[in-house]
Design a protein around this ligand. Structure first.
Ligand SMILES: [Zn+2]
Length: 278
C-alpha cells in the first residue's frame, strides 16, 4: 500500500513544473485527454494504456524520451570474466517441419545495461525477485560531469550540481552523465578499464539524500572493491550499470520508466529504461 502511494507521488513529481498534479487527467492541452471525467474517445490504442495514463494523470504522448539502455548484443564491452550473450537456435521455421524459430540465450546478467540485486555483493541479501518492481519508475536527476576515464566522483561534485539545480529530493534517482559512454563503441577496452566510479562517501551521501537508484555510464560504481555497491544496495538504493545516451537528455531532471523480469534469486537483470522529458 505504501509503495503504491509512493508510486503515485512520483507520478505527480513528473508533472511538477510541467503541469499541475491533481486527480484530474493530464493533457488539457490535447492528446488523448478527456473532458469532465467522461471516458476518453474510442481509439485503436490499448485501452489499458489509456486507463493507466488516466489513473496516473499522465499522457506519455506529451513527452519525448531518450532510451538510456544499450542494445544487448553478442559484442559489447564487458569484463572478460563475464559471458557475453550467446544465442543458440534449436528450432527453425521450415526445418524438419518446424513452425517456430526458437533459441536459448545464455549470458551473464552483469553484461550490457543491467541492474544489480543486493545479493550480488551481500551474501545474506535478496535477489532480483526481492527488488521493488517500480524502483526504476520515477523522477531522476542528470548530474553532468566532464570526467571521462578513471575518476572518483566526490560528494562536492554532487553538491555543486545541487547548488545549481536544487537539492536531490528523496525518491529521486541520480544518473551520472560522465561522457564515458562515448567509449562504448570507440574504445571498449578503455571503457572497461578506466571509468568514473563513486567514492564510498559519495555513495553514502546519495543514500542519505534518499536516492531511489543510481545509474552510471560504466561497468561499475566501484573499481577494485565492492564498497559503494554495498553502501547503495545495502540501503535499498538500486544500482544500474552501463546506462547510455544521458547527454541526449536535454534537461537536468527527467522521469525514468523501466522495469525488469522477476527472476528468482538472480544477482542482476537486464533492464530497459526510458528517460522522459518535455
Ligand atoms: Zn552488475
Amino acid at each position: 500500500m505504501l509503495k503504491k502511494t509512493i508510486a503515485a507521488a512520483l507520478a505527480c513529481a513528473l508533472l511538477a513544473g510541467a503541469a499541475s498534479c491533481s486527480t484530474q487527467p493530464a493533457g488539457n492541452g490535447g492528446g488523448t485527454s478527456n473532458q469532465g471525467g467522461a471516458h476518453p474517445p474510442q481509439s485503436n490504442q490499448n485501452p489499458q494504456k489509456e486507463e493507466l495514463e488516466e489513473a496516473l494523470g499522465m499522457d506519455l504522448s506529451e513527452y519525448e524520451y531518450v532510451d538510456i539502455a544499450h542494445l544487448q548484443e553478442a559484442d559489447m564491452p564487458a569484463d572478460p570474466a563475464l559471458q557475453l550473450p550467446q544465442s543458440d537456435f534449436f528450432g527453425r521455421i521450415g526445418m524438419e517441419g518446424g513452425l517456430h524459430n526458437l533459441e536459448v540465450i545464455s549470458y551473464c546478467v552483469h553484461t550490457g545495461t543491467h541492474m544489480d540485486a543486493p545479493y550480488h555483493v551481500i551474501e545474506e541479501a535478496g535477489g532480483v525477485d526481492t527488488v521493488d518492481p517500480t524502483i526504476l519508475i520515477g523522477p531522476a536527476c542528470v548530474i553532468r560531469l566532464d570526467v571521462i576515464g578513471s575518476y572518483g566522483i566526490t560528494v562536492d561534485d554532487v553538491k555543486a550540481w545541487e547548488e545549481e539545480h536544487g537539492e536531490i529530493q528523496p525518491g529521486e534517482a541520480v544518473l551520472f552523465d560522465t561522457k564515458q559512454d562515448s567509449l562504448w563503441k570507440e574504445d571498449p577496452q578503455e571503457y572497461i578499464t578506466n571509468y568514473p566510479y563513486l567514492l564510498p562517501e559519495t555513495a553514502q551521501y546519495l543514500v542519505d539524500q534518499g536516492v531511489r537508484y543510481v545509474g552510471c555510464e560504466a561497468i561499475s560504481p566501484d573499481t577494485d572493491t565492492t564498497e559503494s555497491h554495498k553502501i547503495l544496495l545495502g540501503n535499498g538504493v538500486g544500482v544500474v550499470e552501463n546506462v547510455c545516451n544521458l547527454s541526449d537528455i536535454p534537461v537536468d531532471r527527467c522521469y525514468t520508466i523501466g522495469t525488469f523480469p522477476n527472476s528468482q534469486g538472480s544477482t542482476g537483470v537486464w533492464v530497459r529504461i526510458l528517460a522522459f522529458y518535455r
